[in-house]
Design a protein around this ligand. Structure first.
Ligand SMILES: Cc1cc2nc3c(=O)[nH]c(=O)nc-3n(C[C@H](O)[C@H](O)[C@H](O)COP(=O)(O)OP(=O)(O)OC[C@H]3O[C@@H](n4cnc5c(N)ncnc54)[C@H](O)[C@@H]3O)c2cc1C
Length: 381
C-alpha cells in the first residue's frame, strides 16, 4: 500500500496473534456487548498463555515486560480483539497497590491468582458524592479491636458484580483529614456487603458496573494495604502508568477501524467511482492516519519515559486525552464511511465507538487530565 503508517512491532506480537486467533477474541468481543458477562474462559486462557500482567514483575507471576513493550502488546490485543481483552490483560496493573503494599499472604491469595486469570479484583474509589474529586470521599473505616468497621457506598465500579475482592479506599478518622484515606482489600462476600448492578452502560458492558454498599462490614486488620493515610499516594503512581497504557489500547482499537475503512472505501463504488476518489471521504481518512501515528509516537515517548523512571504524569494524562479524541474521531469516520451498515450492529464500529467513549470519563475525566498537565506548567497555582 506504499507509505502507510506501520503497526508497532515486537516479538510478543506473534504470540498475541496466535492467542487472539485460537480464542476467537474478535468474535467474543462482539458477543460480550450483546450478552454482557465476565469472560472467565478467555481470562483463564489468557492467564495460561502469559498475557495477563504483561508488565507485572516475574517474581509476582507476571511477564516482566517493559512498559514500552507492554504498550505495543496492548495495542495489538486491542487491534485484534477490541478493548475488552486488552483491558483484561491490564487488570494486574490496576491492582498494583495490592501487589506493592499487600502482605505476602494477600498477594498469594489474590494477586497471583489474578495474574493467572483465576480471580478478579476490582477497584473502588468513586462514591455518589465524590468522583473526579476523589479526595471528597466519605466512606469510613473505623478501627476496632481486630481490624476495621467499613461504612459507606462505592459507585460506578467496574466488576461490581463479578469481582471476588476489591481494593477499596476509605477514611480512617484521624487528626488530619488530608491523611486519612487508606487502601484495603475487601472480599466482596463479607456480611454487610451488598452489590447492585447499574441499569446498563453505553459501552464496555461486560464490565458490569455497579454500586457496592458497606453496612458495618467487619474487616480484619490483615486486609489493610500499606500505611494508614497513604492510599492516595499509592494509587497516584499507578494512575500514571494506567493513563499511558490505556492510550495504547484506544489507539489499537481505532487503528483496526481505520484499516478496515481504508480498504472498504477503496472497493465501494458510488456515483460510478470508488468512494476513496471523493476528497470528502479520502481527506478525513488521510488525516486520521496521520493523527493515529502522531498520537502513537507521543504515547511511545511517554512509555519510554516511564521505563527510564522519569516524571511522566503530565505526558501520560495528555496521551490518554489525545488517544481518546483521535480514536473517537477515527471510529466516527469509520461509521460514517461504511454508511447505513456502519451505524448498525452488523459491523463492529459502533461498539468500538461506544467502548472507547468511556476514555473521556473513566480513570479520570479528560478535564482532569488537562488539570494534571496544567499543574506541571504552572506548579505554583
Ligand atoms: C466505564 C467506566 C468504568 C469505571 N470504573 C470505575 C471503577 O472501577 N472504580 C471506580 O472507583 N470508579 C470507576 N469509574 C468512575 C469514574 O472514575 C468516575 O466516573 C470519574 O472519575 C468521574 O467522576 P463522577 O462520575 O463522579 O463525575 P463528576 O466528578 O461529578 O464530574 C462530572 C463531569 O464534570 C467534569 N469535571 C469534573 N471535574 C472537573 C474539573 N476539575 N474541571 C473541569 N471539568 C470537570 C467532567 O466532564 C466530568 O465528567 C468508572 C467510570 C466509567 C465510565
Amino acid at each position: 500500500m506504499g507509505d502507510v503508517p506501520e503497526l508497532p512491532d515486537d516479538p510478543v506480537v506473534a504470540e498475541i496473534r496466535e492467542v487472539a486467533d485460537r480464542l476467537g477474541l474478535a468474535r467474543r468481543y462482539r458477543e460480550l456487548d450483546r450478552a454482557p458477562s465476565f469472560p472467565w474462559e478467555e481470562f483463564r486462557a489468557m492467564g495460561a498463555a502469559g498475557l495477563i500482567g504483561l508488565h507485572t514483575p516475574r517474581a509476582l507471576g507476571g511477564r516482566g515486560l517493559s512498559v514500552a513493550r507492554t504498550g505495543i502488546a496492548l495495542f495489538h490485543l486491542a487491534y485484534l480483539g477490541g478493548s475488552a481483552f486488552a483491558k483484561l490483560s491490564l487488570q494486574p496493573e490496576f491492582s498494583s497497590v495490592l501487589a506493592e503494599h499487600g502482605s505476602p499472604e494477600l498477594v498469594e491469595e489474590w494477586f497471583r491468582p489474578l495474574v493467572r486469570g483465576e480471580r478478579l479484583v476490582g477497584n473502588q474509589i468513586t462514591e455518589p458524592g465524590a468522583g473526579s474529586d476523589a479526595g471528597a470521599m466519605s466512606m469510613v473505616a473505623r478501627p476496632t479491636e481486630s481490624g476495621y468497621r467499613l461504612t459507606g457506598e462505592k459507585s460506578e465500579a467496574a466488576f461490581a458484580i463479578d469481582a471476588g475482592a476489591a481494593i477499596v479506599y476509605a477514611r480512617v478518622p484521624g487528626p488530619d483529614p488530608r491523611r486519612e484515606i487508606t487502601a484495603f482489600l475487601v472480599p466482596q462476600e463479607l456480611p454487610g456487603t451488598t452489590r447492585k448492578a447499574s441499569s446498563g452502560d453505553l459501552g464496555e458492558r461486560w464490565m458490569r458496573r455497579g454500586t457496592v454498599q458497606y453496612a458495618d462490614v467487619l474487616l480484619p486488620e490483615r486486609f489493610r494495604l500499606g500505611e494508614v493515610g497513604e492510599g492516595f499516594r499509592y494509587v497516584r503512581s499507578e494512575l500514571t502508568r494506567e493513563h499511558a497504557l490505556l492510550s495504547a489500547i484506544y489507539l489499537g482499537v481505532a487503528r483496526s477501524a481505520w484499516d478496515e475503512t481504508v480498504a472498504y472505501v477503496g472497493e465501494r463504488t458510488a456515483f460510478g467511482r470508488p468512494l476513496s476518489s471523493q476528497e470528502a471521504v479520502a481527506f478525513p481518512l488521510v488525516e486520521d492516519g496521520a493523527e493515529l501515528e502522531a498520537a502513537w509516537l507521543f504515547t511511545e515517548r511517554v512509555l519510554a519515559r516511564l521505563d527510564r523512571g522519569e516524571e511522566a504524569d503530565s505526558g501520560a494524562a495528555l496521551a490518554k486525552w489525545m488517544a481518546t479524541e483521535v480514536a473517537l474521531r477515527t471510529i466516527d469516520h469509520a461509521i460514517q464511511f461504511h454508511g447505513g451498515r456502519g451505524y448498525s450492529q452488523d459491523l463492529p464500529h459502533e461498539q468500538r465507538w461506544r467502548d472507547v467513549r468511556s476514555g473521556r470519563i473513566a480513570h479520570g475525566p479528560s478535564e482532569v487530565m488537562h488539570e494534571i498537565a496544567a499543574r506541571r506548567l504552572w506548579p505554583r497555582h
